[in-house]
Design a protein around this ligand. Structure first.
Ligand code: AGP
Length: 610
């Protein structure tokens, strides 16, 4: 989605802002722009269609000076990608605005402002904010008061930043539905839509809450809540590294993040298991009491996070003996659902800012869910702040749009949640210990799986000319097949679908021929013989299969089947183990197809609008 960076400093800030935009590139965008207030108190700006590098080049040719500035990467919603529609948007030569989100009543506001004599140059919804602030300033208000009055008139979602060249030592920021973080420096302060943008200049951050408006100057940050009352938003040291935004030796972030999974899981396990005993307070204060009283779990998520929730349903019902539903957030939020007694809502999200998931959590609280838990990778994100309990996955910054390490660490969090709930239900101690032991073997097991990369790279050649692919799995591997299919379509643009293998005969078998590669995930579990029968169904129809099979499961390569032997692992961790070969397969297919692996077309890393 769009990215925002802003600064109030004594030094020139254009380079800091552009570096911030570079660090937000992974979120997806089509144009970039910047505005600063120069030494003559004039608003100066530059915009470019395309990459941040184009903007950086433009600034090299004509530098912008000034210690107060805002910058933005835009992803078109209202109006095509173009320089004129790129942010910042200006009003009357002194007001500049950047905005993430969508102003739903922009038409009405546009007509109102035209009536006041304002002329619009862009097709964006954002331009109304610039003119509204200018209009409100006419009554002699301060910039802060003018922005407060402006946001009261906006409907929809926004994270917005405003500056005024006649009042150059401050920027005003407002948040409603689109995240904003304040970065604290020494004699300088910053704002951004994602703290990743500011890691080169500060590690101290405070997150704005819904409805907050803040005035940021070089020495002060004053935050006002939705009622206009002065409030404190605690600033904390960030735990992410400055270099999380670097690819290092890897060609793509996705590959780097795939290889980081053993470490990400070690970090996620660290301090949570003492021997085989789970530290339940890692979920938050009072977690044990909440888990004791839970009688039903409703999981809500989108995309890849939804797939991890699907795996968790198998775990919770089979191991913890508690009923569990899983639903896509965008569906849950728009239907009337039945809330069983003592139900907990569990939201899963890498970013913690996915608009549909956040709306679903808010709805769940309204309709009577007793407790809430978020499993998330971004500390301080909205889902974490708005949930009773949280489990932070320690995957580190995930930059590639295609989620990898966030997914596998989420699964670790979900397995720990299963232990925490199971202990109060039907899970015997010996089983709790055995699951904990399996979890501890996981990082090393994943390192063994990553060693299969070159054989998987060879396999990927077969997919270069394919238009479609079918993924099959059974039981808790069915969601892993779905995740494999999502990865392949996201980054290689090959149409891929996943089926529970037992479903083949009910329709998908009609698709099988030599042009339809069939990818099968086959750990040696109690469904392996059933899965082998499904494999025979495909073989009998002339299908060509690619089987990721447990080394002991007796699958042999022949004319109809290429087998990659996966090291044996405990059943419970198999969904995590079998995810990695599928991530590698989609990566290498995308490399052959020459697609933009880290920023696939039409996709954004964090979907903060509906
Ligand atoms: C993952 O590869 C996708 N890019 C996407 O499906 C993602 O998982 C989804 O948008 C949910 O995001 P979240 O985990 O940040 O909520």
């Amino acid at each position: 989605m769009c990215g925002i960076v802003g600064a109030v400093a004594q030094r020139d800030v254009a380079e800091i802002l552009v570096e911030g935009l570079r660090r937000l590139e992974y979120r997806g965008y089509d144009s970039a722009g910047i505005a600063t207030i120069d030494q003559q108190n004039l608003l100066v700006s530059a915009k470019r269609l395309g990459k941040v590098q184009e903007l950086a080049q433009a600034l090299q040719d004509s530098p912008l000076s000034g210690g107060t500035g805002i910058a933005h990467t835009r992803r078109a919603t209202h109006g095509a990608p173009s320089e004129v529609n790129a942010h910042p948007h200006l009003s009357s030569g002194n007001i500049a605005v950047v905005h993430n989100g969508i102003i739903e009543n922009h038409e009405a506001l546009r007509n109102l402002l035209k009536g006041f004599g304002y002329e619009f140059v862009s097709q964006t919804d954002t331009e109304v904010i610039a003119h509204l602030v200018h209009h409100e300033l006419k009554t002699g208000d301060t910039l802060l008061a003018a922005v407060q009055k402006t946001v009261q008139q906006l409907e929809g979602a926004y994270g917005t930043v405003v500056m005024d060249s006649t009042d150059k030592d401050r920027i005003i920021v407002a948040r409603s539905g689109s995240p904003l973080v304040i970065g604290y420096g020494l004699g300088e302060n910053f704002i951004a839509s994602d703290m990743m943008a500011l890691l080169p200049v500060t590690r101290k951050f405070a997150f704005l809450e819904e409805g907050d408006v803040a005035e940021v100057t070089r020495f002060d940050v004053n935050v006002y809540d939705i009622n206009g009352d002065s409030v404190e938003r605690e600033a904390k040291e960030a735990s992410v590294n400055h270099d999380s935004g670097d690819k290092g030796e890897y060609r793509h972030y996705m590959l780097k993040e795939t290889y980081e999974q053993p470490t990400a899981i070690r970090n996620t396990l660290e301090g949570r298991l003492t021997g085989t005993e789970l530290n339940i307070e890692t979920f938050g204060n009072g977690a044990d009491d909440i888990f004791k009283n839970v009688e039903h779990v409703q999981i809500i998520a989108c995309g890849t996070s939804y797939h991890s929730g699907m795996v968790a349903r198998y775990w919770l019902e089979e191991l913890a003996g508690i009923s569990c539903n899983i639903e896509i957030a965008s569906e849950f939020r728009y239907r009337k659902s039945f809330v069983p007694k003592n139900s907990m809502i569990v939201t899963l999200s890498q970013s913690g800012e996915t608009a549909d998931t956040l709306a679903a959590l808010r709805l769940a609280k309204e309709i009577g869910y007793t407790s809430s838990l978020s499993i998330c990778n971004v500390p301080g994100s909205s889902l974490v702040r708005e949930s009773d309990l949280s489990f932070m996955t320690k995957a580190g910054a995930e930059i590639g749009v295609a989620s990898t390490k966030a997914f596998t660490t989420q699964l670790v969090g979900l397995l720990m949640m299963t232990l925490a709930i199971g202990k109060h239900h039907s899970m015997p101690l010996v089983q709790q210990e055995s699951i904990a032991k399996s979890l501890l073997t996981l990082p090393n097991k994943l390192e063994e799986v990553l060693a299969l990369a070159s054989s998987i790279e060879d396999l990927a050649e077969d997919f270069a000319d394919k238009q479609h692919a079918l993924f099959l799995g059974r039981g808790d591997q069915y969601p892993i097949a779905m995740e494999g299919a999502l990865k392949l379509k996201e980054i290689s643009y090959i149409h891929a679908e996943a089926y529970a293998a037992g479903e083949l005969k009910h329709g998908p078998l009609a698709l099988i021929d030599a042009e339809m590669p069939v990818i099968v995930v086959a750990p040696k579990n109690d469904l392996i013989e059933k899965l082998k029968s499904n494999v025979e169904e495909v073989r009998a129809r002339g299908g060509l299969m690619y089987v990721f099979a447990d080394v002991d499961a007796n699958f042999l390569s022949d004319d109809t089947m290429k087998v990659i032997n996966v090291p044996h692992c405990d059943d419970i961790i198999a969904p995590i183990v079998y995810t990695l070969p599928l991530q590698l397969l989609s990566y290498y297919v995308a490399i052959i197809k020459g697609t933009d692996v880290d920023q696939p077309r039409n996709l954004a890393k964090s979907v903060t609008v509906e």
